[in-house]
Write a protein that binds this ligand. Structure first.
Ligand code: SF4
Length: 394
């Protein structure tokens, strides 16, 4: 049964503080280069202004820098032409504007692109660009942790132990490096077309177990004078860290996606073990409270279709019952098998029957097209394979 049931606001707050304190233990140190220069990507506006003051400059210089870093996408201080030469030299002595190193890039025949990005301490995560079928826009799926603590059974990343959280620089840096790859600088205005048009925080890791860094990164990405992606274009996906969901909605106001995958606690305890702490009822209560959820901004429920496990018509009907009254949309995801995975993908016919029940009940329930099947497409698989190859070579 459920071990932690935050029944009152005080208990919820205490549980939230406990999660924040525990997850902070996995934070990376501030990023500096081998010669001691500090990374500017990932600093808040206030932190950037404080750095300017510390070097004897006026705080407004931070605004100029912000524009060059996040609007123009410039990484070389020498190219920041609105800043006088001596100051550019002084900045280059103290700071860097970095990007992760792409140690692998794979592009699928369907144009899905996957990067394995490496940070200065050698840790790696995956980032994926999934173009829309019209190919004039698409989603960047970013990671928030190296590995994951949650061991969801259908997920390859869940087989990798948590190494550490990503810092804000590393979370924003994935999106900036993806933009470099598609030459999408300077930042288009929010109403202009762009290839990298949305972000899904759905890659490696549980973002609500790295809330502070994720929130800082998303604030930077949403800043209208920089990258300028609005909160409506960002979806954060959680396995259901209930005590953090309210805060995420209140402070960030981004779209919410929930990895549901089962309609009974018994099965969800097995597929998404976090359910033992925060069972379905509590999770759905938190969804009902989620600020900003409406028919115009529905909560997305992710449901991976596992043959003979969670894909019966009775389960589809139970899902309809559970979601009653929630502004919801359900993404049905064909399972992406990986070596050693314990599940098989549901048949197309069964997935269609499941979807029909949800559709008849009024829920939009698209069946996701499998993407990037010809590359190492399961989340976390590229990292594992590249480590294996490196060990074999070394
Ligand atoms: S689905 Fe997400 S939360 Fe679950 S193990 Fe995979 S990365 Fe972690």
């Amino acid at each position: 049964m459920n071990a932690v049931t935050p029944a009152t606001p005080e208990l919820t707050a205490a549980e939230r503080d406990r999660i924040l304190a525990k997850t902070a233990l996995f934070n990376p140190p501030p990023i500096t280069t081998a010669d001691g220069r500090r990374e500017l990507v990932g600093l808040s506006r206030e932190e950037l202004a404080a750095e300017m003051v510390a070097m004897g400059e006026k705080p407004f210089r931070a605004k100029q820098l912000w524009h060059w870093i996040y609007h123009q996408g410039v990484t070389d201080f020498a190219a920041m032409s609105s800043i006088a030469g001596p100051m550019r030299a002084a900045l280059a002595e103290r700071f860097v504007v970095g990007r992760p190193q792409a140690t692998e890039v794979q592009t699928s025949s369907d144009e899905t692109r996957k990067w394995l990005f490496r940070w200065r301490d050698g840790q790696e995560v995956e980032t994926v660009y999934i173009p829309d079928r019209h190919a004039d826009r698409g989603a960047v799926c970013i990671s928030t942790q190296v590995g994951c603590t949650l061991s969801c059974r259908f997920c390859h990343t869940g087989t990798q132990k948590l190494v550490r959280n990503l810092g804000a620089a590393e979370i924003v840096g994935q999106f900036m490096a993806a933009r470099d790859s598609y030459a999408e600088w300077p930042s288009p205005k929010d109403d202009q077309p762009r290839l990298l048009s949305t972000i899904v925080v759905m890659g490696m890791g549980e973002p609500l177990y790295n809330y502070e860094n994720t929130a800082k990164a998303l604030r930077i990405i949403m800043d209208g004078e920089g990258i300028g992606l609005s909160r409506r274009r960002i979806t954060l996906s959680t396995s259901g860290v209930v005590p953090m969901m309210d805060r995420c909605g209140e402070e960030l106001g981004v779209n919410l996606a929930v990895s549901l995958h089962a309609v009974t606690d018994e099965l969800r305890n097995e597929i998404v073990p976090l359910n033992r702490k925060y069972p379905i009822r509590e999770l759905l209560d938190a969804c009902r409270r989620y600020p900003g959820a409406s028919n115009a901004r529905r909560i997305t429920f992710e449901y991976v279709m596992l043959r003979g496990v969670n894909d019966s018509e009775a389960e589809a009907r139970e899902l309809v019952r559970l979601l009653a009254g929630l502004p919801a949309k359900i993404n049905l995801i064909p399972f992406n098998p990986w070596p050693g995975s314990p599940y098989q993908t549901s048949t197309h016919e069964q997935t269609a029957r499941f979807a029909a029940i949800l559709n008849d009940a009024g829920y939009s329930s698209p069946i996701r097209r499998p993407r990037g099947r010809d590359i190492l497409a399961a989340c976390g698989q590229l990292k594992t394979e590249s480590e294996r190859e490196r060990k074999a070579a070394g």
